[in-house]
Write a protein that binds this ligand. Structure first.
Ligand code: GLN
Length: 492
């Protein structure tokens, strides 16, 4: 059965269509894998019975020739997407027992397309983090190990680390992620899989627990570019319930994978070579540039001069929005409540007990930068810088069709190796955050291995709503890079 878990999402789809196996068989194989890999802690909630029920319904539709584009394909859903009657925690104690009475638009779209949900995957609490270590349910373990050190447990990246680990360990054919500053791309890079954060507005945010609303975007994580294209097609689309979702038709993303990138101009931003960038990451980037040149594209040096302000800008805007979004967890309507002798004390006790350290840190920063005395100095200034960062990309895209950069400054690190230092942790997103601030599509794909035998990712960035070019270039890079390695160790 395990070979069914080795199929790509596209191969599984084609296998179902050719009746080589049933949706139920495919689902059973993944349930078995999911249960055998509990040591990874990738899932917060497993829903095997629901998966079997949906798979059986899929088999009926497959038989009748009424299959949707994701019919019968077992996937995982990040535990930030509300799922009707299935516990949704955001990996926070404050939502530990929250069972939503409604379904997020993206997970509903996937359901409608026929996808089979295996369960809900772990994340950093409220998607704040780069390592999955801020989850209330304990860290997720990356299925990859260093070649010379199989003892050390590595982080899967974050915040969508449970999704990344599940896909890398062959527990699901694909998974949803969300990305506010890098949470799809950085864990994809750390786990050797592919993930795309689409343009802001491409997928509905309705029913996704909010972190920073002007940045949050859902996207697919899978093992190939084609799989991401298929899944994105099923997730995306205008939703009247989200006023920031774009009223744009959803293209056939899979059809964009023509393999022909001749004549495309690929921007190489000179500001993405900060002092101290490791030789390994530089070499990987050079390799990527050479591969695109060999395929007939033209690398062009570009400048994104405000890049150096991106991290600081993000760490004002994202906490500001988070402090406002998380004000709703007050112990009154739903979630955890800790009683107090007054209403104020009840709020204080509830929020102190319900939120972890990183979330509390962000709420404090956010409340500070929005406070009357500091609003103009911090928040209003950050909004202006954000505009300048977006403007850099607009200017660059007059000259180029896509941009190539590394995804993250390092390979996956060990649990606890960063000493819990928030700034070191925040630096992980130095290459992904500018794209988020500008609302652009960004994809990470595995392009090589580090000297320690760990996957390294390259990032492709595109024009607004031009995921097709991003996917097309990624498809060519994927073939050229020929990344076939897979995690050697899957914890039982
Ligand atoms: N690591 C970044 C943060 O902690 C990004 C998280 C995300 O994209 N959700 O905010």
């Amino acid at each position: 059965m395990s070979s069914l878990c080795d199929l790509t999402l596209a191969e599984a789809r084609d296998g179902l269509a050719a009746k080589r196996f049933s949706a139920l068989e495919l689902t059973e194989a993944h349930i078995k894998a999911m249960e055998a890999a509990r040591g990874l802690n990738a899932f917060v909630t497993e829903t095997p019975d629901l998966a079997r029920k949906i798979a059986a319904e899929s088999d009926v539709r497959l038989k009748k020739g009424e299959a949707g584009p994701m019919e019968g394909l077992p996937i995982a859903i990040k535990d930030l997407f509300c799922t009707e009657n299935v516990r949704t925690t955001a990996c926070s104690r404050i939502l530990e027992n929250f069972v939503p009475p409604y379904e997020s638009t993206v997970s509903a779209n996937l359901k409608k397309a026929g996808a089979v949900m295996l369960g809900k995957t772990a994340l950093d609490e409220f998607a704040m983090g780069s390592s999955n270590m801020t989850s209330h349910f304990g860290p997720v373990i990356n299925p990859w190990k260093r070649a010379a050190d199989t003892e050390t447990k590595l982080v899967p990246g974050g915040s969508s680390g449970g999704s990344a680990a599940a896909v890398a360990a062959r527990l699901a054919l694909g998974a949803t992620g969300t990305d506010t500053g890098g949470s799809i791309r950085q864990p994809a890079a750390f786990c050797g899989i592919t993930g795309i954060k689409p343009t802001y507005g491409r997928c509905s945010r309705w029913g996704i627990i909010a972190f920073a609303s002007s940045l949050d975007q859902a996207g697919p994580m899978a093992r190939t570019v084609r799989d991401c294209a298929i899944m994105l097609g099923a997730m995306a689309g205008h939703d009247p319930k989200d006023s920031t979702s774009a009223p744009k038709p959803v293209p056939n993303f899979e059809a964009a994978l023509t393999g022909d990138i001749r004549g495309l101009r690929i921007g190489i931003p000179k500001e993405y070579r900060p002092d101290g960038l490791s030789d390994e990451i530089s070499a990987l980037w050079e390799k990527g540039i050479a591969m695109l040149r060999d395929a007939g594209a033209e690398p062009v040096e570009i400048s994104l001069p405000h890049t150096k302000y991106a991290l600081a800008t993000y760490y004002i805007i994202a906490p500001a929005e988070c402090s406002s979004n998380l004000a709703r967890y007050d112990g009154v309507r739903y979630g955890l409540r800790v009683e107090g002798s007054s209403l104020d004390e009840m709020y204080e006790k509830t929020r102190a007990a319900g939120f972890g350290k990183e979330v509390r840190r962000r709420i404090l920063i956010g409340a500070y930068v929005l406070s009357a005395g500091y609003y103009d100095a911090y928040y209003a200034k950050a909004q202006k810088v954000r505009r300048l960062i977006a403007g850099d990309f607009t200017a660059a895209f007059e000259k180029v069709d896509a941009i190539l950069t590394p995804t993250a400054p390092s390979a996956a690190f060990g649990l606890g190796e960063t000493d819990d230092d928030p700034v070191t942790m925040w630096l992980n997103d130095v290459f992904t955050i500018p794209t988020s601030l500008a609302g652009l599509p960004g994809l990470s794909l595995p392009a090589g291995l580090s000297s320690e035998g760990l996957p390294l990712g390259l990032q492709l960035i595109g024009r607004p709503f031009d995921e097709e070019t991003v996917l097309k270039v990624a498809g060519v890079l994927e073939t050229a890079a020929g990344f076939k390695a897979r995690p050697a160790v899957v914890e039982g």
